[in-house]
Design a protein around this ligand. Structure first.
Ligand code: COA
Length: 167
């Protein structure tokens, strides 16, 4: 599909980015029943976070648009440090394409454009986090050559207590 464009997000996009961010959160929570849930208070804070991200020069938010409608977005962030190597890394922090536009190359184009930002900032390694059970993310990132390197495991305090008692 080539009838969509990619552009940098700006202030008028904030409301739509918040909407897509909430859909992303819903998708994540549906993908894995154990992932931590956002609260109503948390939802209200998203707008401020988006505004702060748009003003941060280490962050780039890109929008995919078709017929004047925002159909997806990606957010990437570059971090530099001297206490670890590689010294400069890029993280894809958020990404969402609306359901009816998936599997048409929108996600691939968003990442292709985001890579220009990572390259111009000399990011050496690129990372992304997604929950186990997010089939779309697993398929997408694997196709692009991303390999899992860290596992986050969980239990509840009560379950752990029970295990320790019966050990
Ligand atoms: C992940 C996501 C952004 C992919 O966007 P997309 O526009 O559908 O991706 P593309 O069409 O560019 O797909 C590129 C390739 O990724 C792989 N891929 C994409 N979706 C896949 C899926 N559901 N299952 C398996 N592989 C998939 C395929 O190899 C695909 O190429 P193909 O369609 O030629 O086979 C989209 O599914 C989405 O928004 N999901 C919900 C939110 C989410 O999970 N975000 C990522 C959190 S990190």
């Amino acid at each position: 599909m080539n009838d969509f464009t990619i552009r940098r997000a700006a202030s008028p996009d904030v409301e739509r980015i918040v909407e897509l961010g909430l859909l992303l959160q819903e998708h994540v929570e549906e993908s894995n029943p154990f992932v931590w849930r956002i609260t109503e208070e948390g939802k209200k804070l998203i707008k401020k976070k988006v505004e702060a991200d748009l003003a941060n020069s280490n962050v780039l938010v890109l929008i995919a648009e078709a017929d004047g409608e925002v159909i997806g977005y990606v957010q990437g962030e570059v971090t530099s440090r001297s206490d670890h190597v590689p010294g400069t890394v890029g993280q894809v922090s958020r990404m969402y394409v609306v359901k009816q536009f998936r599997r048409r190359g929108v996600g691939r184009r968003l990442i292709k454009e985001l890579c220009k930002f990572f390259n111009s900032n000399k990011a050496e390694d690129l990372t992304v986090r997604y929950v186990i059970g997010n089939k779309e993310a697993e398929g997408f990132w694997r196709k692009l050559g991303f390999e899992p390197i860290i596992t986050t495991s969980r239990t509840s305090a009560t379950e752990l207590d029970h295990k320790l008692r019966s050990w």
